[in-house]
Design a protein around this ligand. Structure first.
Ligand code: SF4
Length: 401
């Protein structure tokens, strides 16, 4: 499929919208009330620090809503204003945050159900409005909605579109896109839909496995089995790793993306010689600034003397999980929660350890004076962070200090 031509024709259609509808002012005040927080502003103004009783809060210097998410949520709100009586759907959670998604449900915006891993678009009819989320949608989904005669409101973040353009460049030169990402993540599903040939690597060890295969060959059947869910159909490692380009899910750990890029650059240089590198390797910087800033702020926060970290964000939010990984690397006690309601009376917290199911930990706040590091993922409103901090203050006021 000529994805570039399809996108071009879609963008010219009167049923396709990728900007707001001129209701910015009304929406800004609704968003301010729903999502912003005066306490968080106070902490920001006070050098990202707040002391109350036995608790000192140290907030990361970059956290929470990124502009891509804020833009997507604002466009979704504007869509409701602009189409007051039409049925409105979202192809997925607009962003990975339960409170934002609940707000949209309250505005009578429907979410497309997922059955056995497949979205059920049978509920969507001609003339319905369908919002594509900040992390985008696959080209097949866009085509299906277009064929149904829907009005498409595309809130895909421009940073994500930049990765898609990179993949188009790989395709034009007949290079295989090596995508650093999670093969199930919607953003990576969308990105791979623009590629002709692709291979998705989750982390550096997987990239090293591929690099090793490029340099020394290996067990072809094992390779195909290992990446069976993470490559284009008919992928042949003996043929399709001759020329590669690097792409990424924008929310992965930036240092890992950079290291994977460098690894493949070195691999192709060793295999084909430095003077032939350009015929076998392509790389563009597509790491999103917001993800980078949040990770850098977290790396600097964990250098301080903290008793524990609280990481707030949706459990399926990739960038939040990576913030949690940084705390774990530092061996700091770290608690990932998706809302303040996880902080329970009696000094208990229900949280999600990395890669495991929810657990309840008792006595998570130590006795005496404590310093709590706090950060939140790119899809978490400040209001949610405020509520969590308030609960910590309340808990420490009731436990013996
Ligand atoms: S994290 Fe980056 S790529 Fe993702 S929505 Fe925010 S600004 Fe866009």
């Amino acid at each position: 499929m000529d994805t570039k031509a399809f996108k071009r024709s879609l963008q010219q259609s009167e049923n396709y919208h990728r900007k707001g509808f001129g209701h910015e002012a009304e929406v800004a005040s609704v968003m301010q009330t729903a999502y912003q927080s005066s306490l968080i502003q106070q902490i920001r103004d006070n050098n990202y620090r707040l002391e109350r009783g036995a608790v000192t809060i140290r907030l990361a210097e970059a956290f929470g809503f990124c502009w891509g998410v804020e833009r997507a949520v604002a466009i979704a709100y504007e869509t409701r204003q602009h189409f007051p009586s039409e049925r409105i759907w979202i192809t997925n959670e607009i962003i990975h945050n339960p409170s934002v998604n609940q707000h949209l449900r309250d505005m009578d915006v429907g979410f497309i159900a997922v059955e056995n891993g497949q979205k059920d678009f049978s509920v969507v009819g001609s003339g319905d409005v369908v919002i594509l989320p900040a992390f985008g949608a696959s080209v097949q989904e866009m085509q299906l909605l277009n064929d149904k005669g829907c009005k498409i409101v595309d809130t895909t973040c421009p940073w994500v579109s930049k990765v898609w353009n990179t993949v188009e460049k790989h395709k034009k030169k007949d290079y295989t896109s090596i995508i650093h990402g999670q093969y199930k993540h919607e953003e990576t599903v969308a990105t791979s839909s623009f590629a002709n040939k692709y291979l998705i690597v989750l982390n550096l060890p997987e990239a090293e496995y591929v690099s090793n295969y490029i340099l020394h060959g290996g067990d072809r059947a094992e390779f195909i089995a290992k990446f069976s869910k993470a490559c284009s159909s008919g992928f042949d490692p003996d043929v399709d790793l001759d020329s590669v380009g690097i792409a990424n899910q924008t929310t992965m750990l930036k240092t890992e993306t950079e290291n994977i890029g460098k690894l493949f650059e070195k691999t192709m240089m060793r295999k084909f010689g430095p003077s032939n590198l350009n015929e076998h390797f392509l790389s563009f910087n597509t790491i999103c600034d917001a993800t980078q800033e949040r990770q850098d702020a977290m790396l600097s926060l964990v250098e301080e003397k903290l008793d524990l970290m609280l990481v707030i964000g949706g459990f399926n939010s990739s960038n939040t999980t990576h913030l949690q990984e940084i705390a774990i690397d530092k061996t700091l006690p770290s608690y990932h929660i998706d809302s303040a309601d996880r902080i329970l009376p009696g000094n208990r917290i229900e949280h999600k350890p990395l890669g495991a199911d929810l657990v309840v930990t008792h006595n998570w706040l130590p006795d005496g004076n404590i310093v709590v590091g706090v950060t939140s993922g790119a899809s978490t409103p400040d209001k949610v962070v405020e509520d969590a901090i308030d609960r910590i203050f309340a808990l420490k006021a009731t436990v013996i200090v």
